[in-house]
Design a protein around this ligand. Structure first.
Ligand code: FES
Length: 103
């Protein structure tokens, strides 16, 4: 694994959300109330984009079928169907002037 810088810290402010393609993975970088998260940009159930998904108390809800995932761990909290897998969550790292992930 290595550090992949995604955004300048200066631009990574509250409410920030942006998708990046990193090593064949789609990473959604989020700043929610000053806390940084990085998750797979698509829901693991039916690949619905999560860029505009609502977030409440560190839980993101897929708008399509309402599966809910812990933003820090990707763990499934509430599922729409029994076979919904865990969401990929990445470690967010601040290095130099950038914020990024280890992939
Ligand atoms: S596509 Fe996200 S819950 Fe079904």
């Amino acid at each position: 694994m290595r550090f992949i810088p995604l955004e300048k810290q200066l631009l990574f402010t509250d409410g920030y959300r942006r998708c990046f393609s990193v090593q064949n993975q789609h990473v959604l970088l989020i700043n929610e109330k000053g806390k940084a998260y990085a998750i797979n940009a698509f829901c693991p159930h039916k690949q619905w984009p999560l860029i505009e998904a609502p977030i409440t108390d560190k839980v993101i809800t897929c708008p399509k079928h309402l599966a809910q995932f812990d933003l820090e761990t990707g763990e499934l909290i509430a599922q729409c169907v029994s076979d919904t897998p865990k969401l990929n969550a990445y470690e967010v790292v601040y290095e130099g002037y950038h914020v990024g992930v280890f992939i």
